[in-house]
Every structure is written in structure tokens, then in C-alpha cells.
Design a protein around this ligand. Sequence first.
Ligand SMILES: [Zn+2]
Length: 274
Amino acid sequence: MPELPEVETVKRQLAPALTGRSITRARILDPLIVAPAAAAGFKKKIRGRQITEVGRRGKYLKVELDSGLTLVLHLRMTGRLIHADMPYNSVNKRHLRLYLWLDDGSGLAFYDQRRFGKAVLLEPTQAAALWERLGPEPLERSFSAVRLHRILNGRQRPVKSLLLDQSLIAGIGNIYADEALFRAGINPARPANRISAAEAQRLCRAIKQTLRSAIRLEGSSVDTYRTARGARGRFQKTFRVHRREGEPCPTCDGTVKKIRIAGRSTYFCPSCQR
Ligand SMILES: [Zn+2]
């Protein structure tokens, strides 16, 4: 499932290709992607609009239009956004759900095998409400150890389940929670309110380092995720514990274990992570 580094990679590739372009036409191949009731209005509202900015908030990609509306794209499980620099006839149609033609002859293709992805047009107040429901961006300077400690404090849930909670911190999912907790030497099952200030500092640094390295390697392709150019991410080659059950820990003599936390497979080293 695409998390912050994957969506950030797609954003960085799409921004130069899309910004300033106008959307000449939209084709909805699967109404589920825009919500069936919205399909007719969607095409009308998007046609002829210019893209003023491409951004990201948490795991959402946001395409700002000159009408003031925001096209919010959420990849969810298996969504994929590809900048198609070719005629529509040559575009791969397998699992294609939505296609936007741009005025330079290229297009934006939204693929989704399992059909959980969404493309919605939001009014400014609706968009603001959505962003408000999300926690802080972990790569922003204002996301500090003190702030993280405050989030963890007073909550008894396992620290990993808090890292996954989008209303507390935006953009972290299963992969980067496991990898950051390993780098910080913190057991994912630890009650959050037992994390000390010093540990919160280690965890804050680990979160930022893990996300930054993953962005540098264009995300993790463990399943269907691809960049906007159709390439695989490379961060999965550097996983230290995630999906490495039974393998030797990269830093001690222990073995990576798998447990379930908040319904998610969780990988960690019981001797390094206390
Ligand atoms: Zn270890």
C-alpha cells in the first residue's frame, strides 16, 4: 500500500509534467473511482481546467485546479498513477479506471487493480476539512521529538498502532512504522505512554531518516506500487526487518519475528527492540 515516500515520489514526478497544463477531457472507465453519483459532474467540472499545483498531504496526492477545486487522488491499496507521454491508443488499458487528457497530448492514467482507490473533486472547504483530520507531516521541521512525545504520551495503545493512525501522524503505514521502530530500537508492542523523552527523540530521528531514504530510492515496490514513470521503487532492497521473518537481524545475533499489531503484520527483532 503506497505510503508517504511512494506518494511523494509520484508527486515529484507528476508536478513538472502536470503543472500549468490544462485538462482537455476526462474518461471515467470505472465510475467507482469517482463515486458513481459524482461521475457526470466530475467530467464537467474538470474539463478545460488548468492545473496550478501538484502537492501531497499524508498519503493523498492533491491536484489544484484554477477553478479553486482540488482533485484529490488516493491510491489506497493498489492504485497507480502514470504520466502517459503517448497517444491514448497506445496506453495500456488493463485496470485503467480514469484517464485525463492534457493539452500537450500527454495524459494522466489512474490504474487500480483492486478498485479501492479514489479520485474526488473537493470544494475548498471540503478539502480543508480533509486536511484538518490528518495529523502533522513527519518530514516538516515542526514535527519534533517534543511533539512526537506529546502524541505518544497519555495513550496506552502499542506505539506501532499510533504511528499508523493518520489522525495523529500523516503518511506512515506498515512498512515505514516497522523500519523506523527498528532503527530506533523500540519494540512495536510497547505501550506508547511508556516511551521516554530520549526514546521519542530516537524515534523522531528514525522516522525522518527512514522516510527520507525511502524517497531517495523512490519508495518500496513490494506489490503493485510503481513510480509515475512506471518504474519500481528500490527501498524494499534495504528493508532491515519488514517482511524478513525468520531471517537474521542485521545488527545482532537474533532472528526477526512477526507478530500482529492493530491487525497488521509487524516485523521486529526482540533483542534489539525493547
Ligand atoms: Zn537484533
